[in-house]
Design a protein. Structure first.
Length: 105
């Protein structure tokens, strides 16, 4: 039922010009990424140990799937993808998440 309502709203708000439609799609994607970031459950009692994030794969697992997909399409370098993703998550939820400092050993 919810998907039908969202689908109807999506098509009813479509704009004819390409620029307006592109902007609407990007804003919708940003809202989806932000919603996934809000759903992340993190422990705020202690800072995660740096050994927990010693490789790129572990750092990517900490970030939501949509944000990872977005970063893979925008940034070429994997290390930069993870670092920027962690910055985005921390900036999006500054008081409710402690983002680990990502480093390679």
């Amino acid at each position: 039922m919810a998907s039908a309502i969202l689908n109807e709203k999506w098509y009813s708000e479509r704009k004819k010009e390409i620029e307006g439609e592109s902007l609407r799609i990007v804003v919708a994607a940003a809202k989806l990424v932000k919603a996934q970031i809000r759903e992340l459950v993190q422990d705020m009692d202690c800072y995660p140990p740096s050994t927990q994030f010693a490789d790129i794969d572990t750092g990517q697992q900490w970030v939501s799937a949509l944000l990872n997909a977005f970063m893979e399409n925008v940034v070429c370098d994997e290390l930069k993808q993870v670092a920027l993703s962690h910055c985005i998550v921390q900036a999006s939820r500054p008081l409710s998440i402690i983002s680990p400092i990502f480093r390679l050993q």
